[in-house]
Design a protein around this ligand. Structure first.
Ligand code: NOJ
Length: 566
């Protein structure tokens, strides 16, 4: 099973926007810079180990990121989300934080962070940090104190319980990363709970002291210039205090040899919304944004993360969109319509550091570059905020390890060969065609995919037909077109099973997007009159897509984007 499907499976078990009418809207061109700045912004996820290595030790760092800000600005990026760069034993590559208010020496120092923040500010690029809210590292001073004795000051900061009997954990919960979700600690003869690795003990969010300390972490970073957080694994914050056993979802065993349980009593508890409201209140004081890692079973569940009074997450990521794992106009149409009908602003992603890259998830092996442009045209022209994953814009492919001994991600070692882990989507950024793709002078921590000779920033920047050139054009259009930024979404030609088309309509302006999701040429008739428009003109196209009157002709996987006029 791939991690995309797996994440979904694993983590499952686990109009109009009206927030703050009081906030004034300022603009930089068409970019918003008031409290709602994130609505018009383009976000870009950086996996810091793999982006750019300034000190040539084989691992990326903050100075490396700073050196690429001009590239990101040129691409059309307004905000970077940096996956965890805090001190960490790196068991889960930073998602096991041992100090929330510092930088891991591997990535630099707080002074390097300040330098990055000031350079980003000069370019009007916001910095978003990754806040691992569910758990800390087992090396965090809070946990070290917590485990030291049953009466320690931090004992109740984590979930400690007696076992059911000798050698028996408190209940049947399993870790999403394999094995029991409880670890016995002989110092105090109790078990502690960990939804992820044993080195990632869950915080006890029912303890007000935990809430206060974690809320303070956000203030600390806001004061240092951070514009928001991506909240990790929010649905796992609370557990049933009675620790009821989870029901079995289906017979059999997963790749880790564990039963398939429904995470009924340890995920998605309603208390999470109180925490999100608390975090949002603080975020509002700093005009900051909260992005959620929100794996949901359906849009109704996703909708809850906006909060009943639009007072929780501004940008809960719509992972249901990433689960449309084929070029199906009908399935995308359905998903887009549903998320548009939700009560908040949609957030689109097509890949990230836990999901196989979109280049090969959608690619057919023959038209992958065209398909990469098609997918860009889709998620960058929808009503909502897109989050790019580094390397998406140059067509980086997933490169999973082929031998167990090469696997770095622990879940890949544990679940091999069914589960190969997430190394494949975390390989070094391909900057040019020199050694190590220009990422580092040293051997990179993960191997560079063999496609770096054909898919790299330097070469694609020179080629007007490249995926990178296409991303730049779509993003520049998006930033300058009111209909693409704020227009309503309206599906067109809904019975077409090959071509996905839609309008973005803003007052009397409209943009039409026509995407051929098939391997054969297609013709599509634009229903101009029916929508109150008289004519269309080409804004952007891929391949030799063309327009005659109201008929768009598209090559396989071709894209046509046009402006409609009254
Ligand atoms: C979700 C993160 O995206 C993933 O990489 C990490 O392993 C888990 N949360 C645990 O923090």
């Amino acid at each position: 099973m791939t991690i995309s499907a797996k994440s979904a499976a694993i983590l499952f078990l686990f109009g109009c926007i009206s927030w703050s009418s009081a906030s004034a809207q300022k603009t930089d061109g068409l970019r918003s810079s008031g409290r709602d700045w994130w609505k018009h912004a383009v976000f870009y996820e950086i996996y810091p180990r793999s982006f750019a290595d300034s000190n040539n030790d084989g691992v990326g760092d903050l100075r490396g990121i700073a050196s690429k800000l001009d590239y990101l600005k040129g691409l059309g990026v307004d905000a970077i989300w940096i996956s965890p760069c805090f001190p960490s034993p790196q068991v889960d590559f930073g998602y096991d934080v041992s100090d929330y208010e510092n930088i891991d020496p591997m990535y630099g120092t707080l002074a390097d962070f300040d330098f990055l923040a000031s350079e980003a500010k000069k370019r009007n690029i916001h910095i978003i940090l990754d806040f691992v809210v569910n758990h800390t590292s087992d090396q965090h001073k809070w946990f070290l104190d917590s485990k030291s004795s049953r009466t320690s000051a931090h004992r109740d900061w984590y979930i400690w319980r007696d076992g059911k009997g000798s050698g028996q954990p408190p209940n049947n919960w399993v870790s999403t990363f394999g094995g029991p979700a409880w670890k016995f600690d002989p110092t105090t003869n109790q078990w502690y709970y960990h939804f992820f690795y044993p080195e990632q003990p869950d915080l006890n969010w029912r303890n007000p002291a935990v809430q206060a300390a974690m809320f303070d972490v956000t203030r600390w970073w806001y004061k240092r210039g951070v514009s928001g957080f991506r909240l990790d694994a929010v649905d796992t914050l609370f557990e049933d205090p009675n620790l009821k056993d989870n029901p079995v979802r289906r017979p059999g065993k997963n790749d880790f040899g564990d039963p398939f349980l429904e995470n009924k009593y340890n995920t998605k508890l309603p208390e999470v919304h109180d925490v999100l409201r608390g975090l949002r209140k603080i975020a509002n004081e700093y005009d900051a944004v909260l992005i959620g890692e929100t794996w949901t079973a359906n849009v109704a569940e996703l909708d809850e993360y906006y909060g009943k009074g639009n007072d929780e997450l501004q940008l809960p990521m719509d992972f249901l969109f990433t689960m449309v794992n084929k070029l199906s106009p009908a399935e995308f149409r359905k998903q887009i319509a549903e998320v548009n009908a939700a009560s908040g602003w949609p957030t689109f992603v097509i890949s990230n550091h836990d999901i196989r890259r979109s280049y090969d998830r959608y690619g057919d092996g023959k038209h992958n570059d065209q398909i990469a442009k098609l997918m860009a045209a889709l998620y960058l022209t929808l009503r909502g905020t897109p989050i790019l994953y580094y390397g998406e814009e140059i067509g980086m492919k997933t490169t999973p390890p082929t031998r167990l001994e090469d696997v770095k991600d622990p879940i890949g070692r544990k679940g091999w060969p069914g589960e190969k882990g997430r190394d494949g989507e975390r390989t070094p950024m391909q900057w040019n065609d020199s050694a190590n793709a220009g990422f580092s002078a040293a051997k990179p921590w993960l191997p560079v995919p063999d496609t770096y000779k054909t898919h790299n920033v330097a070469d694609e920047a020179k080629n007007p037909d490249s995926i990178l050139a296409f991303y730049k054009r779509v993003l520049s259009l998006r930033h300058s077109n009111k209909a693409l930024l704020d227009g309503d979404y309206k599906a067109l030609n809904e019975s077409d099973s090959n071509v996905l088309s839609y309008l973005r309509v803003h007052n009397d302006q409209a943009v039409v997007v026509v995407l051929n999701m098939s391997a054969t040429p297609q013709r599509s008739i634009l229903p101009l009159k029916a929508n109150g428009f008289a004519s269309a003109k080409r804004l952007l196209a891929s391949g030799n897509s063309s327009l005659q009157g109201s008929v768009v002709s598209l090559p396989p996987y071709g894209v046509f984007i046009g402006q409609l006029a009254k």
